[in-house]
Design a binder for this molecule. Structure first.
Ligand code: GAR
Length: 194
């Protein structure tokens, strides 16, 4: 299964997908990585593996719809069967989502604490258990159907950074498991993605 990964940050989830094994074992191949700004760790990690990368910045377009069309065009050139939003901090547009089945990973147990500050918001609320969610992307902010979740305990003295790192350990394993499972289902014809 050909996948394109969208990143905005350090790209450790992308790294987990890359480290999971060769396509013959995992059932998927990362064929390109796209970032919403230059200089992300995610792009560096892709380049180290010789994977094509490209940047499509919202600020370079007059309207959000033009950005959506440009990102759709650039991603389509790599003919993905699945798009993985892995720490991509932009809301994808309708054209993009009509074209590509897309999953996202989020650092909280949705539907609690959607949005940009899932970890901070969970900590501020005082929850004792939080975690991560992998879900299909629809037009909303972290609203699509849930595929998998992992629970993570909040420990006394946790800061946002410490808690986020603990969540990300669970998140990386979850994401690899989900993508492998989707690839296997696709191979078996159980879940046509397009
Ligand atoms: C991940 O924890 C991901 O869930 C989060 O950004 C981190 C990216 O880490 N995404 C969001 O908060 C989106 N709302 P990474 O760049 O090391 O993979």
């Amino acid at each position: 299964m050909r996948i394109v990964v969208l990143v905005s940050g350090s790209g450790t989830n992308l790294q987990a997908l890359l480290d999971a094994g060769p396509p013959e074992q995992t059932g998927y191949a990362v064929v390109a990585v796209s970032a919403d700004r230059p200089g992300t760790g995610g792009e560096d990690r892709a380049r180290e593996r010789g994977i094509p990368t490209f940047v499509v910045r919202v600020a370079d377009f007059a309207t959000r719809a033009e950005w959506d069309a440009a990102l759709t065009r650039e991603v389509a050139a790599h003919t993905p069967e699945l798009v993985v939003s892995a720490g991509f901090m932009k809301v994808l547009g309708g054209r993009f989502l009509d074209r590509f089945p897309t999953i996202n990973t989020h650092p909280a147990l949705l539907p609690s604490f959607p949005g940009t500050h899932g970890v901070r918001d969970a900590l501020a609320h005082g929850v004792k258990v939080t975690g991560c969610t992998c879900h299909w992307v629809d037009g909303g902010v972290d609203t699509g159907p849930i595929i998998d979740q992992r629970a993570v305990r909040v420990e006394p003295g946790d800061t946002e950074g410490i808690l986020h790192e603990r969540i990300k350990v669970a998140e990386r394993a979850m994401l690899v498991d989900v993508v492998r499972a989707l690839a296997a289902e696709r191979r078996a014809g159980l879940r046509p993605l397009d």
